[in-house]
Design a protein around this ligand. Structure first.
Ligand code: ASP
Ligand code: MG
Length: 416
């Protein structure tokens, strides 16, 4: 049994949905669990819709834009026979109905109820399209089988219940193609939750793990795992084979190619994770597996728009455990994630994503106990398998604010 995950870009147009059909039909003898993300940039559009709804403003304009985008594609793939998309169209009615209600006081709850429609619609559409072209399949609602707590927008998976539910639903389904949704899940009370942005990869791993899949494939618009984001680094090259450990490290430092929670469940069962191009679906792509010859190719991760905050005790005492525990507590409280930290005798510095709302509150609070200085407009560069030449190539004589080295990894905070 295989798990395929198709991200937003692979189902963003009529043409790309047809291409997904071609890819699936090229595996005629396999049982495949297909995990689908929302089409194109739909999740962003739904996020905006959720915000407008929560504020109590009119949602009509934003909803219409989402409907129009999808209807155009529906008309195209079903040769204008909208009735072929009956199941999908019902989700638009349900969403419109939901928006007629008064929002509750819990934004994260409302967010999940609304944003989850992106995946419900895309998966339903793919299922109906496959039926239309003669590939029979079964639609499975992930909200009833991936079980989480009610930590809306970042549900924590109950692995025992999830594994049971998935096995029961999928192993008894008499279909070789199962279509389900990425990113969405549900509580024991059947309330919809989501797994965090870009969480569809994680969903694919949850299915792969629970079903002991032979492999999990993420279909993308790039030839495989690259050693840098080609948007920032035109010379990016493909990594053919890397270890789970290396992949976890890369994801930890912010490589955006795979959702960071994806690797661990697969590693636990030694299930290979493939990353392949949906444009060139016969090409081998990359594979992440139990590989002992670990990758030696330098890998680059760039994080723009960083802030470096330096914290000094007011009385010039040393930075000690009590200070650190207070500081970490405040970072956790304001939800500010630390990308890099460094301490000296009298200061503690952290590099974080520059998100003004949370950061201003945090700095205000820190200022009551410490002296705080900060620099903005910085870039955090991480290089795995670095050497001096690779460092010079990316730093390009820019001012370095702080630098941290281990045997395999260097991190530099530089001006942009
Ligand atoms: N549609 C969701 C998002 O855009 C989940 C995913 O694509 O993985 O964040
Ligand atoms: Mg996506």
């Amino acid at each position: 049994m295989k798990v395929f995950k198709f991200g937003g870009a692979s189902v963003s147009s009529a043409e790309s949905i047809k291409n997904v059909g071609t890819i699936i039909s090229s595996f005629p003898t396999e049982q495949i669990i297909v995990v689908v993300s929302a089409m194109g940039k739909t999740t962003n559009a739904l996020e905006k819709l959720a915000e407008v709804f929560f504020k109590g403003e009119s949602t009509q304009k934003d909803l219409d834009a989402i409907i129009q985008y999808h209807f155009k594609i529906i008309a195209e793939i079903f040769d204008n026979t909208l009735s072929k998309a009956e199941h999908t169209l019902r989700f638009f009615d349900k969403l419109s109905e939901y928006l007629q209600r008064e929002p509750s006081e819990n934004f994260n709850y409302e967010y999940d109820q609304i944003v989850s429609y992106g995946e419900l619609i895309s998966a339903s559409l793919l299922s109906e399209y496959l039926n239309f072209i003669g590939i029979s399949n079964k639609w499975v609602d992930a909200r009833y089988i991936i079980r989480t707590d009610n930590n809306y927008r970042e549900g924590n998976v109950n692995w025992v219940k999830t594994e049971q539910k998935i096995k029961k639903q999928i192993l008894t389904a008499e279909a070789s193609i199962i279509i389900t949704q990425g990113f969405i899940a549900g509580t024991d009370e059947y309330t919809t939750t989501t797994l965090g942005r870009e969480g569809s990869d994680y969903s694919a791993a949850i299915f792969g793990y629970s079903l002991n899949a032979t492999d999990v494939t993420i279909w993308k618009d790039v030839p495989g795992l690259l050693n840098a984001d080609p948007k920032y680094f035109p010379d990016a090259i493909k990594l053919d084979k890397i270890s789970y450990k290396e992949a976890i490290e890369l994801a930890y430092y912010g490589a955006t190619i795979i959702h960071p929670k994806t690797i661990k469940p697969l590693q636990n069962k030694s299930i290979p994770l493939r990353v392949k191009s949906f444009y060139n679906f016969k090409a081998p792509g990359s594979i992440i597996c139990n590989e002992s010859n670990s990758n030696r190719t330098p890998c680059y991760i760039f994080k723009r728009n960083q802030a470096l905050i330096s914290i000094y005790p007011i009385d010039f005492s040393f930075i000690a455990e009590e200070n650190l525990s207070l500081i970490f507590g405040l970072f956790a409280h304001f939800g500010v994630k630390i990308n890099l930290m460094q301490n000296s005798a009298i200061s503690f510095s952290v590099c974080v994503d520059y998100k003004p709302e949370a950061l201003n509150d945090l700095i205000e609070e820190l200022n009551t106990e410490f002296n705080v200085k900060y620099n903005l407009n910085l870039e955090l560069i991480t290089i795995r398998n670095y050497d001096q030449q690779t460092i010079d190539k990316v730093v390009k004589n820019r001012k370095i604010f702080t630098e941290q080295k281990s045997r395999t990894t260097i991190q530099l905070v530089v001006e942009t």
